[in-house]
Design a protein around this ligand. Structure first.
Ligand code: SAM
Length: 252
């Protein structure tokens, strides 16, 4: 598979087209930070799982986009009320006018799916542009801080392989470890496409440099425990599991 688009078209399609219900972290982020009365846009909406769950929670002005037309077709079919506005768009170059939405959802590590730094910057800059001043974005990204234990062995292996093969690629770019819900053994050969694992600092800087103000952050461990921190990093003595979640605001 040569890029993220082909991963979703060829390997991950059925999984994401048909999934239902929110994960714990998603439910927490949506119910704590989003307002059912406000206009919402979900990026990388896939088969519409998150927006359908939000419709059932009473959210009304719902919009979503995905760069694969096949996903948008399924998402439209699954929306029996026909009220969710879906479009085929690429998050790096959106057609929505500036200041269109009051709140944005960039969950399921969407920004980590982009392997090129400039493309990740474009995606976040576009999110900033289409959000109304005063609006909120909820995000999660893959984070190196949760890549501990056995993963360190894999990272060591990938680093060695890259030295041997003279491959100039940051260890934060890592091959997909699971595809079609199963282990992807080709990851051991360091075959792309790659997903990007952020450091906490980098993720914060990416959103700050686009103009956002970070209001809260934390990992799945904080969500399960006492909630996100209103600081710019998770204290070192805190557990850190799963994704890094960010809540950011576009200033007035
Ligand atoms: C992990 S799936 C999540 C789908 C959906 N949000 C959910 O949680 O059920 C990620 C989705 O992002 C889409 N995607 C990836 N990169 C994208 C981009 N640059 N622009 C728009 N959609 C993108 C993929 O096609 C896929 O549907």
């Amino acid at each position: 598979m040569k890029n993220t688009e082909s991963v979703f078209r060829e390997a991950e399609f059925n999984l994401w087209a048909q999934r239902a219900k929110l994960e714990l972290g998603e439910l927490y982020m949506i119910s704590h930070y989003l307002d059912p009365q406000k206009s919402t846009l979900e990026a990388g909406a896939g088969g519409g799982r998150i927006l359908l769950a939000m419709q059932a929670m009473g959210f009304s002005q719902l919009n979503g986009f995905d760069f694969l037309p096949e996903f948008i077709e399924v998402a439209r079919q699954r929306d029996q009320q026909g009220k969710i506005n879906y479009q085929v768009q690429d998050g790096r170059n959106l057609n929505y006018p500036s200041n269109s939405f009051e709140q944005l959802i960039y969950l399921q590590q969407l920004v980590s799916l982009i392997s090129e730094k400039t493309d990740r910057q474009k995606m976040v800059t576009e999110a900033f542009r289409v959000l109304k001043p005063g609006g909120l974005i909820i995000v999660n990204v893959l984070c190196m801080r949760s890549r501990q234990g056995l993963y360190s062995l894999l990272l060591f292996w990938l680093k060695c392989l890259r030295i041997i093969l003279n491959k100039n690629l940051s260890i934060q770019n890592q091959p997909w470890l699971r595809l079609k819900g199963k282990p992807n053994f080709k990851a051991l050969l360091d075959l792309g496409p790659y997903i990007y694992w952020f450091t906490e600092n980098e993720a914060v800087e990416l959103f700050k440099s686009a103009g956002f103000v970070i209001e809260a952050l934390g990992s799945d461990a904080q969500i399960k425990n006492k909630g996100l921190f209103t600081a710019l990093s998770v204290p070192q003595n805190e557990p850190f599991t799963g994704s890094l979640y960010l809540v950011c605001r576009k200033p007035y």
